[in-house]
Design a protein around this ligand. Structure first.
Ligand SMILES: NC(=O)c1ccc[n+]([C@@H]2O[C@H](COP(=O)([O-])OP(=O)(O)OC[C@H]3O[C@@H](n4cnc5c(N)ncnc54)[C@H](O)[C@@H]3O)[C@@H](O)[C@H]2O)c1
Length: 256
């Protein structure tokens, strides 16, 4: 079923986006991924091989994303699937009482801007192209998958920015699905727990092991990026999933 589909993955040069681009390309979809111009996108294209095209774009830029969608329209004539994975995370307490310093506002803003505004920007500029598709037997024309996170429901120490971003993406899911429903576009979000990507490289292996043993129900390990990509595939292939957020976390519940 993927053979005639065109998929756009944001943040495709690393982590969850890269795994999704890889899985969808292997399934036969034409995949375009974007990432920051400083990323190693071209190397990822070589690694994944066939069916993959890289277009540098900053998801927070109107011009970049307009150009991205235009290039997709010119090259493929359509877009069926959008998977939003571009994003950041950081860890800072709100006020450091020892150093007597508040958390930097710029860092907080950057996470919200990239994850929330960036996701919304790509959706609003891609929806028109997806909406041009011929409807299938369910009246559906395409699907949009966003990346939230379990922080949306169970925020943890130092994670105000990520929790706010994940919460916003979760909360946007239903209104987006309603806004785009007349044109038959589904919108679903995924809330990962800890998935082993370069984003989590800063976590020492002892901490990874402690979190796995104490906070994850099962399996007692961090997730693999392809387990995220597998859920994206399930969302795409199951037309009855819409307007919801699906957790992929091994049932994680952090103690703090
Ligand atoms: N990995 C996890 O366990 C986890 C858990 C919860 C939420 N998330 C969220 O999922 C998203 C993806 O995480 P990941 O683990 O794949 O991280 P990652 O760092 O491996 O990949 C993110 C990619 O997004 C790109 N990117 C960043 N800003 C961008 C921009 N403005 N425009 C275009 N591309 C941009 C980066 O260059 C990078 O290639 C993040 O928003 C993260 O907060 C991840």
């Amino acid at each position: 079923m993927f053979k005639n589909l065109v998929t756009l993955v944001t943040g495709g040069a690393s982590g969850l986006g890269r795994a999704t681009a890889n899985r969808f390309a292997l399934k036969g979809s034409q995949v375009v991924f974007c990432d920051l111009p400083t990323s190693n996108g071209q190397e990822i294209v070589k690694e994944i091989g066939e069916n993959v095209h890289y277009i540098p774009a900053d998801v927070t830029s109107e011009t970049d994303v307009q150009n991205l969608v235009e290039e997709i329209s010119k090259k493929y004539g359509k877009l069926d699937i959008l998977v939003n994975c571009a994003g950041l995370a950081d860890a800072h307490v709100t006020y450091n009482f020892r150093a007597k310093t508040p958390r930097k506002l710029d860092d907080f803003e950057k996470v919200l801007k990239t994850n929330v505004l960036g996701t919304f920007n790509v959706i609003r500029l891609s929806a028109g192209l997806i909406g041009k598709n011929e409807p299938d037997e369910n009246g559906l024309r395409g699907v949009i998958v966003n990346t939230s996170g379990t922080e949306a429901f169970r925020g943890t120490l130092g994670q105000t920015a990520l929790a706010a971003a994940c919460g916003a993406i979760h909360s946007m899911t239903r209104p987006l699905a309603l806004d785009l429903s007349d044109q038959g576009i589904r919108v679903v979000s995924i809330a990962p727990g800890f998935i082993r990507t370069p984003l989590l490289d800063y976590i020492p292996s002892e901490t990874t092991e402690a979190i796995s043993q104490e906070c994850i129900i099962s399996p007692k390990r961090f997730g693999d990026p392809d387990e995220f990509a597998h859920v994206v595939q399930s969302i795409v292939t199951n037309p009855y999933i819409n307007a919801t957020t699906i957790e992929v976390s091994g049932g994680i519940q952090m103690n703090l």
